[in-house]
Design a protein around this ligand. Structure first.
Ligand code: 57M
Length: 358
């Protein structure tokens, strides 16, 4: 919004020229997100406690979690507000890619909010059924995928790291592919959110990485030099990514061990869907497997555990997702969390390095 009101003033007052620059607006989107999280955070936590939005801890989980009973949850409302306000304030609101990403972030947040509300406020342990959640996730993701397929300026080609000449055009298959990326990322982050700060740390690292990818993909000279797909207009997504980093760090202030608040499905489904959408819009879906490697490993650990139990009658891990396996092996929760963050940072550096290795 500020871009629309203040940049035109640059004609008379040179100072306002600064509102043209993505770097300036990204930095202040991040700062605004942090400020929103710090100012609204305490009030939001008290509100969630008042709403009795308190986590019910399953008895079949690790014993160490029982002491977490009653922790306020649905803190994802704070994260989404901390992303939305700076993005609406600092980005170019005529940019369709920003609205596509916000559509998924808010839409998936609503799915998670309804699920959380049924579970923690209405005390209905089932919440939304997995089928209901999946229906709405697929519907919203398919809507974004179809829109991208229809607009002529957005290609349906799939790009791979390292292989600059390999970019097959998926055609109509692009729609199920994009749907899979967005829904898969959403559910992988959801599974990962099982220890204090375990999801929000890697989400913030992923958002910072996609901030770089968005900036480069939207810059013709840089994209051409690095031989990555140029997608006119995706530069504005760097502002949304910056807001996501600020919102993530702001939430981590309260979610770090021992957590004062959990994000709930409202946060995990929303952030995962947002990361999947950013990967699609910057045409770096395959790199999401590397940058989001923590989420991939968490989801695969569940798939392999359930598959092994079903077909072999025995487990691979002491408990899935894999963070519970380390807990049951006696690794302290904070150590698991920080080590997952360190691995996430290493994966992000590897992903960024692939931009040069082509
Ligand atoms: C999402 N939710 C956390 C919190 C958070 C198929 C199966 C793998 C599904 C999976 C499952 O239920 N996943 C749901 C994970 C839950 O966190 C809440 O959910 C939100 C995220 N969606 O924001 O509101 C618990 O995680 C802990 N937590 C923290 N700190 C945080 O900052 O400590 C969360 C955030 C919270 C709290 O204890 O209650 C969760 O773990 O449910 N199921 C599981 O993950 C279960 N695994 C399992 O059953 N494994 C089986 C099979 C099915 C693979 C096996 O290994 O044989 C584990 N989770 C629980 N109990 N709660 C183990 C049993």
């Amino acid at each position: 919004m500020l871009y629309h009101f203040l940049y035109p003033l640059a004609a008379d007052i040179r100072l306002f020229n600064v509102f043209k620059y993505l770097t300036f607006r990204s930095i202040y989107a991040m700062i605004t997100a942090l400020a929103v999280a710090f100012f609204i955070g305490p009030w939001m936590i008290r509100k969630l406690e008042g709403l009795q939005a308190r986590q019910v801890i399953r008895t079949d989980g690790p014993e160490s979690h029982l002491k977490k009973q009653g922790t306020p949850t649905m803190g994802g409302v704070l994260i989404i507000a901390s992303i939305l306000i700076p993005t609406l304030l600092w980005s170019d609101l005529t940019n369709k890619y920003v609205w596509l990403a916000l559509f998924i972030i808010v839409g998936y947040g609503i799915i998670g909010f309804v699920d959380d509300y049924k579970k923690v406020v209405e005390k209905n342990p089932k919440g939304l059924t997995p089928r209901q959640k999946m229906f709405w996730q697929v519907l919203m993701a398919a809507a974004v995928a179809t829109f991208l397929y229809i607009i002529p300026e957005f290609s349906e080609e799939l790009f791979f790291p390292f292989f600059k000449k390999l970019h097959p055009d998926l055609g109509l298959l692009y729609i199920p592919f994009v749907t899979l990326v967005i829904v898969g990322a959403s559910n992988a982050v959801n599974l990962t959110d099982g220890l204090d700060g375990l999801a929000i740390g890697p989400v913030s690292i992923n958002a910072a990485t996609y901030m770089i990818f968005a900036y480069i993909a939207g810059n013709f000279k840089l994209a051409t030099y690095l031989q990555i797909p140029y997608v006119a207009g995706t530069g504005e997504l760097a502002i949304l990514c910056a807001a996501m980093v600020g919102a993530g760090l702001g939430f981590l202030w309260y979610n770090s061990y021992p957590a004062e608040v959990f994000m709930g499905d409202v946060g995990s489904l929303s952030l995962g869907g947002g990361l999947g959408t950013l990967a699609v819009l910057t045409k770096q879906e395959i790199l999401l497997v590397i940058v989001g490697g923590i989420f991939v490993v968490e989801a695969l650990s569940v798939i392999f555990q359930v598959g092994s139990y079903k077909y072999r009658g025995k487990r691979i891990f002491r408990m899935a997702p894999i963070h519970h396996h380390f807990e049951l092996k006696g690794v302290a929760e904070p150590k698991i969390i920080v080590r997952f963050w360190i691995i996430s940072i290493i994966l992000a550096l590897i992903a960024i390095s692939t931009l040069k290795l082509r």
